[in-house]
Unconditional design. Structure first.
Length: 365
């Protein structure tokens, strides 16, 4: 389930996401501090639920709720406020819940267990993970394989992104150091048979497209982080940490291509869990630097006295920064940055997308 948290206060966002991580640790969380940022997320990705602070500056939370209903009619709306008098108006727009601040675990759990549009109504299907180790999940459960080569064969088909693979190509990848023999072809046929039955037994039927001495994957039937990345999905781009199918050496070609697409570096891999509690900056910039950033960016000596530093047009950076981003980051903020930096960021630097918290922490998607 994907959940959007909208509040103009960072402490309020952090507090609610901590509760959500305890109550629903398998969910993905996205935060927005303005109604404009919230609408941007909603136009780009479907949400199962949205927790909305009703006391927002500019467009208030109730007006935002009505807009969400137009954009995503099945998104469960849960207003969060200090004012009980909003309850009647909220009920009139058929919200899925109503929370009074301060919010607690029990209230959030009750709301999520009684949604107007339960997430079970949405298909779970087949989810493929390529970033990090290769894994496949069917209806939320990891798929196990009798043979490791069967799993590797599926990984190769995923890597080919729906392209038809010949038996010769599959043999060369799976047994790169062995000559092409009749015995090896027989082994490949057994692997294909084993893979087909493994998928069918798990309920993932018709995922393989078989031809005469060829095999391909029906990519329309899977949800894959790698495919989402290629389509420009911000959540998938944010989830990329410089690692791709790490258990397979032949995946190095795609690994290199992904790093090149990210600008010749693997910034997220160099910054694991680097910025907890990140949210969205104005003007399309995706992250606010928190008050403390221990070892957050390679090549930087530290960021003391950061305060509420932000980066954007007309926004200040306090003094005390003793290092700059390394040249390996293909980035940039060259204009509009005020005092305190010994060195600016090179032109063209993309920052990662919204932050996805690891399970048990807070901070996604």
């Amino acid at each position: 389930m994907k959940i959007l948290v909208v509040d103009d206060g960072q402490l309020a966002i952090n507090s609610l996401i901590r509760i959500l991580c305890r109550v629903a640790p398998d969910c993905d969380y996205i935060s927005a501090m303005t109604t404009e940022d919230a609408l941007t997320w909603l136009r780009q990705s479907p949400m199962d639920a949205a927790f909305l602070n009703l006391d927002m500056p500019g467009m208030n939370g109730m007006a935002l709720a009505r807009m969400i209903q137009k954009l995503q009619p099945r998104c469960n709306l849960i207003p969060v406020t200090e004012h009980a008098e909003y309850a009647l108006e909220a009920l009139q727009i058929f919200v899925s819940g109503f929370l009074l601040k301060p919010v607690n675990d029990a209230d959030v759990r009750t709301v999520l267990e009684n949604l107007r549009y339960p997430p079970e109504d949405a298909p779970t299907g087949i989810k493929i993970q390529c970033f990090g180790n290769f894994e496949i999940f069917v209806n939320g459960r990891p798929l196990t394989f009798k043979r490791s080569k069967s799993k590797e064969l599926l990984a190769y088909l995923v890597d080919r992104n729906g392209a038809t693979c010949t038996n010769g190509e599959m043999l060369a990848v799976l047994w790169e150091d062995r000559p092409d023999t009749a015995s090896l072809h027989s082994h490949l046929r057994n692997l294909i048979f084993d893979l087909s039955h493994t998928l069918e037994d798990a309920g993932a039927r018709d995922l393989l497209l078989r031809g005469r001495s060829t095999l391909a994957l029906d990519t329309s039937k899977v949800d894959c982080d790698y495919y989402n990345f290629l389509r420009g999905d911000r959540a998938a781009i944010s989830a990329y940490r410089g690692e791709y199918m790490t258990q397979y050496s032949w995946a190095e070609v795609t690994r290199s291509a992904l790093r090149q697409q990210m600008g010749g570096a693997a910034p997220a891999a160099a910054m694991p869990n680097a910025m907890p509690g990140m949210t969205t900056l104005p003007n399309g910039m995706p992250a606010v630097l928190p008050n403390t950033m221990p070892n957050a960016m390679p090549g930087m000596n530290g960021m003391p006295n950061m305060g509420t530093a932000a980066m954007g047009n007309g926004m200040n950076l306090p003094g005390g920064m003793t290092g700059a981003l390394p040249n390996g980051m293909n980035t940039g903020m060259t204009q509009g940055m005020n005092t305190g930096m010994n060195q600016g960021l090179p032109s063209g630097t993309p920052l990662p997308g919204y932050y996805v918290p690891p399970k048990g922490n807070y901070g996604k998607r």
